[in-house]
Design a protein around this ligand. Structure first.
Ligand code: VG1
Ligand code: CO
Length: 557
C-alpha cells in the first residue's frame, strides 16, 4: 500500500481528560477530528512506536465501526507493524489491558466514552493504554495535546476497509491486521485470579440466585460466556446482555439511578440474592444484595479485607492497597488493621499503575463504582463481580444443608462491626455552566482554604485541614496538582469538591461527603440522614445553590 499525506490544521480543545478524549459524537465525526488526535498520538510516541504492534477495540457504541477503519489506516501510515483488533471492534477496557499485557504489545486504543450515553447526538471517546496495559500517563497525554496544536499532516495508508467480523489475519504489504476473540486473554487472566471450580459449585447451590445487567453495553458480549458457559449460571440471570450501538437508549452507568431495572429487581418481591451491573466499557461495577446496596467505597474495603481468604491470586496476602482521594476512608481502616502499605491518589485509574508496577498495590478502588487489582492495569467490572461471588462462596462453604445463605448484607454488616462504617455520599451537579462551576471552586478557595485556620469550628465540627489536593507519585516523582478541594475535620468527616474531567459539554460539579460512626446502633441508618449535617455544611461553605442556581443535584450516589 502507499501512504497518502493529507494536509490538516490544528483543532482546538483536544485535551485528554480523566480518562481519554471525550466529546459529542458529532464533533468526532467532523472533518479530521479523530484523525488529528490519532496522528498526534503517533507523533507523540515517535520512533518508539514504529514497527510495533498495538491492540484496538471498543465498547460497541455508535461510530466505532467507522472510527476503527480510520485508526487502522493511520496506524499503517505511521509505520506500525500490526494491529490486533477485537472481533467486530469489540473489547472491554479491562480486557484490553489483559490483551496488551498477555501478548506483550506496545499499547492499545479503546474506542469508548465509558458510561456516557452513545448515539449520533450523544458521546464518543478514545483512550490510549501503554505497554503495561495502563491508561497513558500525563506525560504522554500532554505530549499528544501539544501535537494537536501544531499538526499539519495526516499519514494515511490507502488500503480498503478491513472485514472485522471474521477471526484471522489480513496483510497489506508489511502491515497486518489480526482479528481476535476479545474474551480469550481476559478470561485466561480471570481464571488465574479466581477459583472457577469453586464459583461453579456456588452457582450450583440451589439457595443462591443471581442476576447480571450489562445495560446493553460491552459486558453483554462477555456475560453469557462467563456466567453461563464457564460458571453455570442460568441464562435467565442475564439482563440487557445484547450490546447495542446506543446502549438501548440508556445511560450505561451502574448506579442506583441509571441501573433502575436491576435495582427494581433487587429491591422488589422475590428478589435474587445477588445483583451486579457494569458500565459502557466494562470497567465499572455495582454490587447489590437483596434489598441492599454496597457503596463502591465499602466494596473495595470488603474485597481487600476478604481477598486473602477468598481469592487464590491473593493467597499470599496483599502487597498494599490504594484509593482515589474522594473515595471514603473505609479502605484506610482495612489497611491499618492488616498492616498494609496504603496510598491515596488523585481521581482516575492512571495513578494506580505505577504503584502496581512497583509491587506496592494489589487492590484499589474509586468511589465512582471502579474496583480492581494488579492482574490488569484498569478497573475491572467483571473482576469485582467475581471477587464478590468468591467472598460469598467462601463464607457459605461447609455450611449444612438447612443453613440460610450468608448474604451480601451479612458480609457488609460483619465488616462494619469490625471496622465501623464510613457513611458516604456523592452529589453530582451535571450540566452546570463552566463559569459558574469555576466560581464555586474559587469561592471555596477564597473563603475556606485561604482564610479558615485549622482548629476553627465549622458547622459544629472542628477543622483539621483544608487544601487543594496535590499528589507526588512515590515511584517517578511526578506531581499532579489541583486534584480537588478537601475540607477535613478532626472527627474524620470530609467534604470534597472537584470538577469532572470526563464530560463532553459544560461542567459537572462533584461534591463528596463522608462521616464515620462506630456505634453498631447507627449502622442501619440511612446515609442521607446521617450525613444531613455535613451536607448542609458543604452547601453553605461552597455557596453552591446560589452560585449555580441549583437547589438539587442531578444524581445522588
Ligand atoms: C469519573 C470518575 C473517576 C473515574 C473516571 C473514569 O471521572 O469520577 O473516578 O476514574 O470517571 O471512569 P470524573 O473526572 O468525571 O470525576 V470511566 O468508567 O468513565 O473510564
Ligand atoms: Co468505564
Amino acid at each position: 500500500f502507499s501512504v497518502v499525506s493529507k494536509p490538516t490544521k490544528p483543532i482546538e480543545g483536544q485535551k485528554t481528560g480523566t480518562s481519554g478524549l471525550r466529546k459529542k459524537t458529532k464533533v468526532f465525526q467532523s472533518e479530521n477530528y479523530l484523525a488529528n488526535w490519532i496522528q498526534s498520538l503517533f507523533l507523540a510516541l515517535g520512533e518508539e512506536a514504529k514497527g510495533k504492534t498495538i491492540a484496538l477495540g471498543g465498547d460497541g457504541r455508535y461510530f466505532n465501526k467507522e472510527a476503527v477503519q480510520i485508526i487502522l489506516k493511520l496506524a499503517a501510515g505511521n509505520g506500525l507493524k500490526k494491529v490486533v483488533v477485537g472481533k467486530d471492534a469489540i473489547t472491554a477496557t479491562p480486557a484490553m489491558s489483559a490483551i496488551i499485557r498477555r501478548r506483550k504489545l506496545y499499547g492499545g486504543l479503546i474506542m469508548s466514552a465509558s458510561h456516557n450515553p452513545a448515539g449520533p447526538d450523544e458521546d464518543w471517546g478514545i483512550k490510549f493504554n501503554y505497554s503495561a496495559g495502563e491508561p497513558a500517563p500525563e506525560k504522554i497525554t500532554d505530549k499528544i495535546y501539544g501535537f494537536t496544536q501544531s499538526i499539519q499532516e495526516l499519514k494515511i495508508a490507502d488500503f480498503p476497509d478491513v472485514d472485522l467480523s471474521k477471526l484471522g489475519t489480513t496483510s497489506f504489504g508489511d502491515f497486518e491486521v489480526e482479528v481476535i476473540d476479545y474474551t480469550t486473554d481476559y478470561f485466561d487472566e480471570l481464571r488465574e485470579v479466581f477459583d472457577f471450580a469453586k464459583l461453579r459449585s456456588f452457582f450450583a447451590n440451589p439457595r443462591f440466585s443471581f442476576v447480571y445487567d450489562a445495560l446493553h453495553a460491552v459486558t453483554g458480549a462477555y456475560a453469557s460466556r462467563l456466567f453461563v458457559d464457564e460458571l453455570g449460571a442460568s441464562p435467565d440471570a442475564l439482563l440487557n446482555c445484547v450490546p447495542k450501538e446506543d446502549f438501548g437508549g440508556g445511560h450505561p452507568d451502574p448506579n442506583l439511578t441509571y441501573a433502575h431495572e436491576l435495582v427494581e429487581r433487587l429491591f422488589g418481591t422475590d428478589a435474587p440474592d445477588f445483583g451486579a451491573a457494569s458500565d459502557g466499557d466494562g470497567d465499572r461495577n455495582m454490587i447489590l444484595g437483596r434489598s441492599f446496596f454496597v457503596t463502591p467505597s465499602d466494596s473495595v474495603a470488603v474485597i481487600a479485607a476478604n481477598a486473602q481468604a477468598a481469592i487464590p491470586y491473593f493467597s499470599a496476602g496483599l502487597k498494599g492497597v490504594a484509593r482515589s482521594m474522594p473515595t471514603s476512608g473505609a479502605l484506610d481502616r482495612v489497611a491499618k488493621r492488616l498492616n498494609l502499605p496504603f496510598h491515596e491518589t488523585p481521581t482516575g485509574w492512571k495513578f494506580f499503575g505505577n504503584l502496581m508496577d512497583a509491587g506496592q498495590c494489589s487492590i484499589c478502588g474509586e468511589e465512582s463504582f471502579g474496583t480492581g487489582a494488579d492482574h490488569v492495569r484498569e478497573k475491572d467490572g467483571l473482576w469485582a463481580v467475581l471477587a464478590w461471588l468468591s467472598i460469598l462462596a467462601t463464607k457459605n462453604e461447609g455450611r449444612g444443608e438447612g443453613a440460610a445463605l450468608v448474604s451480601v448484607r451479612d458480609v457488609v454488616t460483619e465488616h462494619w462491626r469490625t471496622y465501623g462504617r464510613n457513611f458516604y455520599s456523592r452529589y453530582d451537579y451535571e450540566g452546570v455552566e463552566s463559569e459558574r462551576a469555576e466560581k464555586v471552586m474559587a469561592h471555596l478557595t477564597e473563603s475556606v482554604i485561604d482564610t479558615v485556620q485549622p482548629g476553627t469550628e465549622l458547622g459544629g465540627r472542628v477543622l483539621e485541614t483544608a487544601d487543594n489536593f496535590a499528589y507526588t507519585d512515590p515511584i517517578d516523582g511526578s506531581v499532579a496538582k489541583g486534584q480537588g478541594i478537601r475540607v477535613v475535620f478532626r472527627d474524620g468527616s470530609r467534604i470534597i469538591f472537584r470538577l469532572s474531567g470526563t464530560g463532553s459539554a459544560g461542567a459537572t460539579i462533584r461534591m463528596y461527603v463522608e462521616t464515620y460512626r462506630d456505634d453498631p446502633a447507627d449502622f442501619d441508618r440511612d446515609a442521607q440522614d446521617v450525613l444531613a449535617g455535613i451536607i448542609a455544611t458543604a452547601l453553605e461553605l461552597s455557596d453552591l445553590p446560589a452560585l449555580t442556581g441549583r437547589d438539587k443535584p442531578t444524581v445522588i450516589t
